[in-house]
Design a protein around this ligand. Structure first.
Ligand code: C5P
Length: 214
């Protein structure tokens, strides 16, 4: 059964912490990105971890030259358990982050194909190559889309690595369409369908149960 990762893209510290408190029994990991970190500061990662004792991943989609990637990774991985990087910038840029992560015993997760419609324009044509690169570099996991289950399956087969997959809920992806592709090392990412729900706790519980049934 795949695990549940909450994408916590709210803009307010107190709201973020309240949602974490509400859903902590049902989520296995929490993903924060620019929306929350630019609003509340990187130390929000520490606060979230203290509150729920779950893995926190920073979705910064790091995409710079190796020297800059290294600096970003050093700051981020002081707090977070893992960091999401782009692969299209090339092996050297990803390796720079892996070197930092290895020293700190943290995770590097690499994007292959994104989940939004625009990803078919430039990312999809190179996504299989990115999946091959992820396999070669032995990153800890890759990001692949729930919104296109057939692509999720193809990319997972190429990379043979754990997958974290966004797109379920607000972007139209459905648990039943992806559940058979995933295993216990994978994570399904759900954001708005939980944190914008009238009752985030119930919504998280519902997704957790759907994943358990699969
Ligand atoms: O709210 P929703 O469930 O659509 O959130 C999905 C999360 O996954 C967002 O944080 C988004 O930035 C992220 N993401 C994505 N597609 C990718 C990589 C990350 O939707 N390929």
């Amino acid at each position: 059964m795949p695990k549940l990762m909450l994408a916590l893209d709210v803009l307010d510290r107190d709201e973020a912490l309240k949602i974490v408190e509400d859903v902590k029994d049902y989520v296995d990991a929490i993903k924060v990105g620019y929306p929350l970190v630019l609003s509340a500061g990187l130390k929000i990662v520490e606060e979230i971890k203290k509150l729920c004792n779950k893995e926190v991943i920073c979705d910064f989609k790091v995409a710079d030259i190796p020297a800059t990637n290294e600096k970003i990774a050093k700051i981020t991985l002081k707090y977070a358990d893992g960091i999401i990087v782009h692969g299209f910038v090339g092996e050297d840029s990803v390796k720079a982050v892996q070197d930092v992560a290895k020293e700190l015993n943290k995770k590097v997760i690499m994007v292959t194909e994104m989940s939004h419609p625009g990803a078919v324009q430039f990312m999809q044509p190179i996504a299989d190559k990115l999946a091959e690169m992820a396999k070669k570099l032995k990153v800890d996991a890759i990001v692949a889309p729930s919104t296109r289950p057939e692509r999720l399956k193809e990319i997972k087969e190429i990379a043979k690595l754990p997958v974290i997959t966004p797109g379920v809920g607000a972007q139209g992806g459905k648990v039943e369409d992806i559940i058979n592709i995933l295993d216990e090392n994978d994570y399904v990412i759900v954001g708005r369908a939980i944190y914008l729900s009238e009752n985030p706790k119930e919504a998280a519980k519902k997704y957790k149960e759907m994943l358990n049934k699969g």
